[in-house]
Design a protein around this ligand. Structure first.
Ligand SMILES: CC(C)(COP(=O)(O)OP(=O)(O)OC[C@H]1O[C@@H](n2cnc3c(N)ncnc32)[C@H](O)[C@@H]1OP(=O)(O)O)[C@@H](O)C(=O)NCCC(=O)NCCS
Length: 218
């Protein structure tokens, strides 16, 4: 996925709707957003209040079903068997799409302002950050840039890695600890560093596990 940056010229007018170029089709049910204009005031307030309460209080409650059902109530899609530890922070809960049997660590940030889609059997380690958007720094109005991101089945994103919008993580790919992913990562590639570069390839036969993790009172 890449965002078309044709509007970057400093004096160009603010586009009515930011241009979009997805290199991947939207998966079924994957919700994305390319403009804040379409949202009603009441929807925006609901979203803001839902996120504020979750990020400030609910995320620290040591009862997983409370946190999980809260996110689902505010529009997140979360598959069966998926667990996330305390301290998760979510922007735009309604655009968070997570598959089944994923294991998500402590204090992960999902900035899902334009949509985050995570497949099945994905492992996301603690303190990682997923940022689905930003701003155009070369535009006089500093307009928002919408950049959804996807994480494929069986991917492993290791501790403290940062994944930027548009940086699709392929099936079975590995992102090393503290990496900053700025470009798409192909299936089975193991990347590391800042910016993340390919270090090796993963054994495709390894992609058979279910990374279910559910300790008591988590
Ligand atoms: C990505 C990772 C799995 C790679 O492991 P590996 O295949 O054994 O890789 P190696 O140790 O053989 O390293 C290969 C090269 O990549 C480099 N490298 C490995 N991990 C790196 C990282 N996180 N950042 C930068 N470079 C890294 C090594 O320095 C080495 O470079 P060199 O060939 O120039 O010496 C591992 O380094 C990692 O980041 N593990 C995450 C641990 C973690 O977060 N655990 C908790 C999560 S559940």
């Amino acid at each position: 996925m890449t965002v078309n940056n044709d509007q970057r010229a400093q004096n160009s007018p603010v586009p009515e709707e930011p241009a979009k170029t997805l290199t991947l089709p939207d998966p079924p049910g994957w919700k994305t957003r390319w403009s804040f204009e379409e949202l009603s005031v009441s929807y925006k307030i609901r979203n803001r209040v839902g996120g504020l309460l979750f990020n400030s209080f609910v995320t620290h409650i040591p009862i997983h079903w409370v946190r999980r059902n809260y996110l689902k109530f505010f529009g997140a899609t979360i598959g069966e068997g998926t667990t996330f530890l305390r301290g998760l922070q979510v922007m735009d809960i309604d655009l968070l799409n997570i598959g089944s049997n994923c294991s998500i660590g402590f204090r992960v940030l999902f900035d899902a302002r334009s949509g985050i889609a995570i497949g099945d059997n994905v492992v996301i380690a603690s303190d990682t950050q997923f940022i689905a958007g930003g701003h155009d720094p070369n535009h006089k109005d500093f307009p928002p840039v919408f950049a959804p991101l996807q994480v494929g089945d069986y991917a492993w994103v290791a501790t403290r890695a940062t994944v930027l919008g548009g940086a699709h993580i392929g099936r079975g790919a590995v992102v090393g600890a503290c990496a900053c992913v700025t470009r798409p990562v192909n299936d089975l590639e193991m990347v590391a560093g800042v910016p993340a570069k390919v270090k090796s390839m993963r054994n495709p036969d390894a992609l058979q596990y279910i990374p279910y993790y559910r300790p008591l009172f988590f």
